[in-house]
Design a protein around this ligand. Structure first.
Ligand code: GLU
Length: 509
């Protein structure tokens, strides 16, 4: 059996979209499942579209998610280099081989001449004019010109490209592991450029040559590449590499939550859905927060994405990356687009947050607190985690959702005040405030005993005053265990807050 070798082959033309991350993940899982290799290949032949920093962004994103390639520009490997610009001398000879075999040809047409042809054809009623089997004989290339003319043009350094000679009438057929048999008639395909006039290969040529040389066994990529697959299959046939041609699997699109179209970065921003793994600042200096900055754990993103286009065939939803690698299979990838459901992503994050040991969260909580100008030492951070962990989806919410843990409330939920703040609480609350003042390092149990004792004197059930007490201490109607909150605040702070509320809040008689 040949060893499974898959590649994730992004072009560094911008940040990695979440769809690209899913492609990388499925490649990774498939490789691990089959004890194969997961390769990262940077496809940067289109120098005009390169974006500074994009390659680094891709590598950092994969590293954050734990999708570590077995071979890559960074770690190297036996089939390197893994960046196409470092392999640029590799490709031309393959294109020339096709020219020699009569399967490709050289063409001298300028972009203007090609445009002119398209305009003319459109005027003549052709719906989608292309440089193809019908048109090539009317264009300036080695099929329409004599050898002498060609030699002369080359001699005069007239720029040329190499184009594939797509057969006029042939069925191109292949099996996609997700979609089944795909059949395309070659008359619908054009004579794509393989080598550009600057000598650089196009994506199509470089991709096929590299997949062949790197002994890739499965091409798992986004559905947007399905239209290119017939050309790729034809290239394998033309090179005589059919017997080692990789299998293809084209993944469904990731759709907006409403199912209407692809999820773009702007849609994402509008709907509060991150579409990038890490923060990205685009060419207009617009900042897009990534999953990481929104507070997602990499394991939540991995788990969430694993189910966005694939299902395990059971009801189970929670999987570690290693568990996924054991059960992943291409057969269970869905054919239709997968709707992005941000609430589900949050649900996963909440789960992974709860599963963490409190001690694992301390550093991050302290960091976030510092960024919000909240002073928090390790012990206090642990207390905050203890109070808040079960109540939030993201780590930062432990700080942001409970500002009263760190600052006196300045506003009080009017609904709670209206309903619960009544004359009969004044005396017991005054007494409780006094008792708290005497006991700075109060434990939750002590706080509770003292409250119960005082309420007992007034023959008041504790349930009747709890919300009023809470609103006086926190300004809010809900939150973590109130006695724990009092203990966290300390006796004098809690006492001051109750006094303040007693002075400020309107009493209903
Ligand atoms: N470089 C292509 C991209 O940016 C790779 C497509 C493929 O996987 O063949 O997505």
């Amino acid at each position: 059996m040949t060893k499974v070798r898959v590649r994730f082959a992004p072009s560094p033309t911008g940040p990695l979209h979440i769809g690209g991350v899913r492609t990388a993940l499925y490649n990774y899982l498939f490789a691990k499942k089959h004890k194969g290799d997961f390769i990262l290949r940077i496809e940067d032949t289109d120098q005009a579209r390169l974006v500074q920093g994009a390659e680094d962004y891709i590598m950092k994103s994969l590293a954050w998610l734990g999708l570590n390639p077995d071979e890559s520009p960074e770690v190297g490997g036996p089939f390197g280099p893994y960046r196409q610009s470092d392999r640029k001398d590799t490709y031309a000879k393959y294109a020339w081989q096709l020219v020699d075999d009569g399967k490709a040809y050289i063409a001298f047409d300028t972009p203007e001449e090609i445009e002119e042809m398209k305009v003319k054809m459109t005027e003549a009623g052709v719906v989608q004019p292309q440089y193809n089997a019908v048109m090539r004989h009317r264009m300036k290339n080695s099929l329409s010109l004599s050898q002498d003319q060609v030699d002369e043009l080359i001699e005069n350094k007239v720029p040329f490209v190499i184009r594939i000679k797509m057969p006029a009438k042939e069925d191109i057929r292949f099996v996609d592991l997700i979609r089944g048999t795909v059949l395309v008639h070659s008359s619908t395909l054009d004579d794509k450029v393989l080598i550009k006039s600057d000598g650089m290969p196009t994506y199509h040529l470089a991709n096929i040559v590299d997949d062949h040389l790197m002994e890739i066994t499965h091409v798992i990529r986004g559905e947007e590449w399905l239209p290119s697959a017939p050309l790729h299959v034809y290239l394998y046939q033309s090179f005589g590499w059919e017997s080692t041609m990789p299998s293809f699997a084209h993944l469904p699109l990731i759709l907006k939550p409403d199912g209407k179209g692809k999820l773009s970065k702007r849609d994402g921003k509008k709907q509060g859905i991150p579409v990038f793994p890490l923060e990205y600042v685009d060419e207009d200096q617009e900042t897009y927060k990534g999953f990481r900055e929104e507070g997602y754990f990499p394991e939540s993103v991995v788990n969430f994405l694993s189910l966005l286009g694939w299902n395990p065939g059971t009801e189970q939803e929670l999987f570690t990356i290693d568990e996924l690698a054991e059960i992943f299979s291409l057969e269970r990838i869905i054919k239709g687009g997968a709707r992005f459901d941000i609430d589900k992503a949050k649900w996963f994050n909440q789960h992974y947050l709860r599963k963490k040991e409190n001690s694992e969260l301390v550093d991050e909580v302290m960091k976030i607190a510092a960024s919000r100008n909240v002073e928090l030492n390790e012990q206090r951070a642990l207390q905050v985690i203890n109070l808040m962990k079960e109540r939030v989806t993201f780590i930062h919410e432990m700080i942001d959702n409970a500002p009263y843990l760190f600052n006196k409330p300045t506003e009080f939920d009017p609904q709670v005040v209206n309903k619960k703040w009544s004359a009969e609480i004044i005396n017991p609350f005054q007494k409780y405030a006094e008792a708290l003042k005497e006991n700075e390092n109060i434990s939750p149990e002590q706080a509770k005993n003292s409250l119960e004792e005082i309420l007992g004197e007034f023959q008041m059930p504790i349930g009747k005053v709890m919300q009023a007490l809470r609103v006086s201490l926190s300004g809010q109607g809900g939150g973590p265990d109130l006695m724990e909150v009092i203990s966290f605040l300390g006796g004098s702070e809690a006492s001051e807050r109750i006094d303040y509320a007693l002075n400020q809040l309107p009493i209903k008689s």
